[in-house]
Design a protein around this ligand. Structure first.
Ligand code: FES
Length: 129
């Protein structure tokens, strides 16, 4: 069995049972992000405190890669320091998926990352005021 098949099984599993799927009532930050190439969307919600991501949830309407990457990302960042998460690069996210993706599929994979980083930058900006 090749590594790609193993990774695909992990991605399939996250798509079938996405972790942290849902909505946070009265979140500290929320955002709706759209993939301009297909129109698919993700709504993401954060509970933040003491510089940490206390809770992350999302409702995604998109393809397998976008839902699975949101699920994997949510597991990776839950409970982490905001400053630490802001240091994560797009390549870090793509490496968590473990697949070589073309530019169109990269947009799917990075939809949740883009949403998260926008919210965290806004949070940090407001915290510095
Ligand atoms: Fe729309 Fe992947 S095809 S997010």
């Amino acid at each position: 069995m090749s590594d790609d098949i193993i990774y695909s099984a992990i991605i399939d599993e996250h798509y079938e049972e996405p972790r942290n799927f849902g909505k946070i009532e009265d979140p500290d930050e929320d955002i709706m992000e759209t993939n301009p190439t297909c129109g698919d969307t993700i709504a993401m919600y954060l509970r933040l405190g003491d510089g940490k991501i206390r809770e992350i949830k999302y409702v995604a309407r998109g393809c397998l890669i976008s839902v699975a990457s949101a699920s994997i990302l949510s597991e990776r960042v839950s409970g982490k320091d905001v400053s630490e998460v802001l240091k994560m690069s797009k390549n870090d996210i793509l490496s968590y998926l473990g697949l070589d993706l073309g530019p169109a599929r990269e947009k799917c994979a990075l939809l949740s990352y883009d949403a998260l980083i926008k919210m965290l930058r806004k949070y940090e900006k407001e915290a510095k005021k």
